[in-house]
Design a protein around this ligand. Structure first.
Ligand SMILES: [Zn+2]
Length: 220
């Protein structure tokens, strides 16, 4: 499932060399499975995945951990409801994060992620302190933009975290297009409330979107 998540993210335009990583809590408490560094999202299979602890030590696996493991470990420590974390340098999310604009509710995709804060540093999240700062900025949100960097999305499942990452990137793309056309007009507040009740945090819908994404990925 973790490898499939990486393939879906690649197919949805989240590739950036061998960067970007996905993790999920392992059945044993305090352990996570995570994609290794050195491989593109589309290149990894189940055999590449590494087992690590929440201090970022590798427990199992042949390859090397990403240096930004604190993104994952700090969020798992701060959020017991989170079972999966996606971090990518998706192009449009990185573009929005490098602008003066903040994330706005511009489409159905925005509603799947809800309000998205922005982590204000471009530096690699390579220490426990920076991981904690990111987790703090994330708060209870479903995803966060990272300034001049990309995005991190979380979920109670791998599928949910991936759908949120994909939705966030799509929403940023729509917002950038709207900005180019003379100004962003977000969804009206009264409509947003009704739409959020129907589309936001809707697990059946998220699972249906995930299944579509997997099928679309298989079609190349
Ligand atoms: Zn990164």
């Amino acid at each position: 499932l973790l490898a499939q998540a990486c393939h879906v993210l690649y197919h949805q335009g989240h590739e950036h060399f061998f960067l970007g990583h996905v993790s999920a809590r392992a059945p044993t408490a305090g352990q996570v499975w995570v994609k290794p560094t050195g491989f593109g999202l589309e290149e990894v299979g189940p055999e590449h995945m590494l087992l690590a602890d929440l201090d970022g030590n590798k427990l199992e696996g042949e390859w090397n951990l990403h240096t930004e493991m604190p993104i994952h470990t700090a969020i798992y420590k701060a959020r017991p409801d989170v079972n999966a974390v996606v971090h990518t340098h998706a192009f449009h999310a990185a573009g929005l994060s490098a602008s003066r604009a903040s994330f706005q509710m511009v489409s159905q995709d925005s509603i799947l992620v809800g309000e998205v804060p922005c982590y204000p540093s471009a530096e690699l999240v390579e220490s426990a302190a920076l991981g904690a700062a990111l987790a703090s900025a994330l708060g209870d949100s479903r995803a966060i933009l990272m300034k001049n960097h990309g995005l991190t999305a979380v979920g109670s499942s791998i599928e949910q975290a991936v759908v949120r990452a994909v939705s966030l990137e799509r929403s940023c793309r729509t917002q950038l297009a709207a900005a180019q056309l003379g100004g962003v007009v977000p969804i009206a507040p009264e409509e947003l409330g009704r739409m959020s009740a129907r589309l936001g945090a809707n697990q059946a819908r998220e699972q249906a979107i995930w299944r579509y994404l997997v099928r679309a990925c298989g079609r190349g």
